[in-house]
Ligand binder design. Structure first.
Ligand SMILES: C[S@@+](CC[C@H](N)C(=O)[O-])C[C@H]1O[C@@H](n2cnc3c(N)ncnc32)[C@H](O)[C@@H]1O
Length: 221
């Protein structure tokens, strides 16, 4: 096992429920969003705000890879923030990474990069717009807004994703089910109107699900 694999296993083992540990292991091993975010921000050291951070996995991943100077994760689900904070405490990272219970539209005392991974479709259309506006407000010059989301389209992957969202909701892992699947244009238009340069690419990885990475960059000063 490589040093990095061992570090990722340590992250998984810091979570206190066996189901969560299994979930964390499979996310870290197979989900390409964390690696993609680390690659994007690695050479642009700045603080990172993670909106809808869940149990704080992205922060732990970025810290393990030395890709973040300061990390604040916020989530509206108190259970997840508490589970994430217990894990940070166990792994001794409680001073380096911070998780807070807050809505994604609340202003935070941090400017830099912003991540919004698998969050937007849990909000209605107007809520998505408010979250996007708040994310843009936290970008520093040269900062990146990294969005990973399902995009509405006609494809088998899109259908598979909708089925998996149904099971996430009925299992109780997500308290609120998917509300609105945005199209690429719905996300791109307000970001470009805010002066950001936007690029989109697929991020299906080894999964059968619909998944895209949208990166919006604020020009350096
Ligand atoms: C599928 S999880 C993704 C977690 C994390 N971003 C990741 O990739 O591991 C979606 C998260 O968005 C959070 N969320 C949904 N609406 C939110 C809002 N308005 N403000 C903050 N968090 C929100 C949920 O509580 C949930 O933890």
């Amino acid at each position: 096992m490589s040093c990095m694999d061992a570090a990722l296993y340590r992250i998984a083992n810091s979570y206190d429920h066996w189901l969560q540990r299994r979930y964390v292991k499979s996310k870290l091993a197979a989900d390409p969003a964390y690696a993609a975010t680390a690659a994007l921000v690695m050479d642009r050291p700045m603080p990172l705000l993670d909106i809808g951070c869940g149990i704080g996995l992205l922060g732990q991943y970025l810290h393990t890879h030395g890709a973040v100077t300061r990390y604040l994760g916020v989530d509206s689900d108190l259970r997840k923030i508490e589970a994430g904070n217990r894990a940070l405490h166990l792994s001794g990272l409680g001073n380096a990474l911070h998780l807070a219970h807050a809505d994604g539209t609340a202003r935070q005392p941090i400017r830099g990069h912003v991540a919004l991974l698998d969050v937007l479709h849990y909000l209605p259309q107007e809520g998505q717009r408010a979250l996007l506006d708040n994310a843009v407000a936290h970008l520093a010059p040269g900062g990146l807004l990294v969005i990973r989301n399902v995009l509405r389209e006609r494809s088998l992957r899109y259908a598979m994703t909708r089925i998996s969202e149904f099971f996430l909701r009925t299992s109780g892992w997500m308290r609120i089910g998917a509300q609105h699947y945005p199209s690429e244009e719905e996300l791109r238009a307000p970001l470009e109107a805010a002066g950001l340069a936007v690029s989109v690419r697929s991020l299906h990885g080894k999964t059968p699900f619909d998944c895209y990475l949208l990166v919006a960059e604020r020009a350096p000063r």
